[in-house]
Design a protein around this ligand. Structure first.
Ligand SMILES: Cc1cc2nc3c(=O)[nH]c(=O)nc-3n(C[C@H](O)[C@H](O)[C@H](O)COP(=O)(O)O)c2cc1C
Length: 202
């Protein structure tokens, strides 16, 4: 059997100016790199220079994007929640490939207001099913809005210790920095991180 490391494609779904998404993605990618069996490729949609419309002919950046998806064995999609959904940039990127997604596991790291981004993830599960990808039930979720702090803290208080991800051996902390009010910017901070499936978070 091959000893090759699994290639993990970490997809940064938000392209918003001043976004917080890259901070979350870098935090997650650093944790993933601590696992020697993973070879981590951060695929940042803000840097991928995908065309503004789906072109009739492939462009070099589009080919490069698809090649990186094809090279990945498994994906972690980093997504915020926008108006109870996920960002258009992410949908455009997902629709820009097809076979590259097939049969591959897709996990989610989400963030946002009161739902911690989980509503965006539930929509993404439907999309990835159409692409013959297999979504992972457990989701890493972070509330990034100061207004949701009390809700989040109640959730966390019932747990012995916040964990950063669903790996049972992983005791790493979530990203640390002080929360800000309103829409978080790139230097803002989530108030905490949890691991949630439906039952524990809805
Ligand atoms: C256009 C827009 C719509 C949003 N809608 C929601 C929402 O429906 N629910 C929620 O919990 N947070 C919502 N938020 C808050 C974002 O999830 C939060 O600001 C997140 O940090 C945005 O990710 P980004 O900074 O990577 O773009 C919204 C933010 C924006 C900019």
């Amino acid at each position: 059997m091959s000893e090759r490391a699994l290639r993990l494609g970490v997809i940064v779904g938000s392209t918003r100016e001043g976004r917080y998404g890259r901070t979350v993605a870098d935090w997650f990618a650093d944790l993933a790199r601590q696992h020697p069996e993973l070879d981590v490729d951060v695929i940042d949609l803000a840097e991928s220079r995908l065309p503004p419309v789906h072109p009739a002919q492939d462009t070099p950046p589009l080919r490069e994007f698809r090649d990186r998806l094809a090279a990945a064995d498994v994906f972690a999609v980093i997504t915020p929640e926008y108006n109870h959904g996920y960002p258009a940039s992410l949908k455009f990127a997902i629709d820009s490939a097809y076979q590259e997604w097939h049969t591959k596991p897709v996990g989610f790291v989400c963030y946002g207001g009161i739902s911690g981004g989980l509503r965006a993830v539930e929509q993404l599960r439907q999309v990835f099913a159409e692409l013959h990808a297999v979504t992972v039930r457990d989701t890493v979720t972070a509330c990034t809005s100061a207004s949701t702090r009390p809700v989040f803290r109640r959730t966390m208080r019932s747990r012995p210790r916040p964990r950063c991800c669903s790996t049972s051996s992983c005791g790493g902390p979530g990203p640390r920095r002080k929360p800000e009010r309103g829409v978080p910017t790139a230097d803002a901070t989530p108030v905490g991180v949890g691991v949630g499936g439906y039952a524990r978070t809805s």
